[in-house]
Design a protein around this ligand. Structure first.
Ligand SMILES: Cc1cc2nc3c(=O)[nH]c(=O)nc-3n(C[C@H](O)[C@H](O)[C@H](O)COP(=O)(O)OP(=O)(O)OC[C@H]3O[C@@H](n4cnc5c(N)ncnc54)[C@H](O)[C@@H]3O)c2cc1C
Length: 412
């Protein structure tokens, strides 16, 4: 059996493990478009601050690929031909496959205003190479503008701030981390970042950029000097190979519950696919590292003859910003009853529908957040009277016996 995997990110590593779980013999080739080997993308901002050295960036080591007898080609795939069962590489090489996995991830969106006026000072922060390039441009004491206050934008802002740059964050929405936090929790996070020296401008848009990128203009007429501009306004799945190859795709590649695309021997996993938010039952792009690995593993097993179904995932995120631990999980748009609790620098917000927890946001409460994620993931039901009690004193001891019993069962 000839397996070809396009992309050498998180989903690819999961797929190698999944294939080898069932097939010790088949030939596996991984096409590594970035030519960097397997690394953990979330670590790139830590690379920028020096908290991670190059040898600490690996997601899977070279030894892993040797042990699993995987051939890694530092190459870009430019076309797939599902009829012929072939992948064409930029070098002109053609690879045949019996089973193909598209694990091509996503790319940052470049706002139109920056695309038109692009210059050396405008950067994205998505790859290890981006971090290396940014590293050379950092000048302590100089101003940097970060467009977008999503997770990537804020982690980049944190790194630049820790390297001594003066940070202004510009966010189109009325709050920071708009896809992760509610208004009140975003307010606390925003205040925390401002107390750590960042300027945050919400409900503001960039409307102009001077040719040399040194001054950017906002919709309220304000002009801001910038030694560096970081575009962090979102990502889009890399679906072009799949679309050109005739595979069904919308925002992401369409897959069935076995992670098979519309072509029977082609699978897809990771940030490039449209999967299901299991809480809402709706299709969703869930660009999250743990899900990318899990999807890769399931797809890999199915490529090797397994019949494992992937139910979808839940949105969950955990990020530390300037010492503040931020965790959230569940369906952010859940409608139900929302309860809040706050003490000093700790904040908890939960949304319940009847007896079921649908969503939570926890600031500096990682001890409680872990169990709450489990409760959402397993869709555990507690008596309806439990949640108003819990929010009065939200700590581990307040969790009902049912939770601990279920946990004991899971851990055997
Ligand atoms: C700064 C940052 C922080 C993050 N923090 C978190 C976090 O805290 N928690 C979390 O859950 N997620 C986080 N993420 C997201 C997480 O990194 C992704 O969900 C994960 O990497 C997706 O894995 P993947 O394998 O689908 O794609 P990727 O890891 O992106 O790998 C895809 C690879 O395919 C390559 N490729 C694409 N097209 C081709 C082609 N034609 N030929 C060859 N190769 C190709 C790409 O270059 C890339 O190397 C973060 C991301 C960034 C950038």
């Amino acid at each position: 059996m000839q397996y070809v995997i396009i992309g050498n990110g998180i989903a690819a590593a999961g797929a190698v493990e999944g294939i080898r779980h069932l097939d010790k013999e088949g030939a596996i080739t991984v096409i590594d478009g970035e030519r960097r080997g397997s690394y953990s993308r979330p670590l790139i901002t830590y690379y920028l601050t020096g908290k991670r050295k190059p040898e600490q960036m690996r997601y899977r080591s070279e030894r892993f690929f040797q042990q699993h007898r995987v051939k890694v080609l530092p190459e870009q795939a430019v076309k797939i031909d599902p009829q012929a069962g072939q992948v064409m590489l930029r070098s002109g090489q053609v690879l045949g496959y019996d089973r193909l996995l598209l694990a091509t991830g996503a790319s940052p969106v470049i706002p139109e205003i920056l695309e038109k006026n692009g210059c050396d000072r405008v950067k994205t922060m998505y790859t290890w190479q981006d971090a290396e390039q940014l590293d050379l441009l950092i000048k302590p004491g100089q101003p940097a503008v970060v467009m977008g206050s999503g997770l990537i934008g804020l982690k980049t802002a944190e790194a630049l701030c820790q390297r001594g740059m003066q940070i202004t964050i510009i966010e189109k929405q009325p709050q920071v981390l708009p896809r992760l936090l509610s208004g009140p929790s975003a307010q606390l996070v925003g205040e925390h970042l401002q107390n750590n020296g960042m300027e945050i401008l919400t409900s503001r848009e960039v409307t102009g950029l001077q040719e040399d990128g040194q001054v950017i203009e906002l919709d309220n007429g304000r002009r801001i000097e910038a030694q560096l501009v970081i575009a962090a306004v979102g990502t889009k799945p890399n679906i072009s190979l799949a679309v050109a190859g005739g595979l069904a795709a919308d925002h992401g590649i369409k897959v069935d519950s076995y992670l098979r695309t519309s072509v029977a021997n082609i699978y897809a996993a990771g940030d490039v696919i449209e999967t299901v938010d299991i809480l809402s039952g709706r299709p969703a792009i869930m660009a999250l590292l743990p899900l990318a690995h899990r999807e890769g593993f399931v797809a890999g097993q199915n490529m090797a003859g397994g019949t494992y179904s992937y139910p979808g995932g839940i949105f969950m995120n955990s990020v530390n910003l300037m010492g503040m631990n931020i965790m959230a999980a569940g369906t952010p748009s859940a409608v139900g009853t929302t309860w809040q609790w706050r003490e000093n620098d700790q904040y908890l917000e939960i949304t319940t529908e009847g007896s079921c927890l649908k969503h939570y946001i926890a600031l500096n409460m990682s001890q409680v957040a872990g169990p709450l994620t489990t409760i959402i993931e397993r869709q555990m039901n507690f008596p309806e009277s439990f949640w108003p009690e819990f929010i009065r004193q939200p700590d581990l001891t307040s969790l009902p016996r049912l939770y601990w019993e279920e946990l004991r069962e899971v851990s055997g």
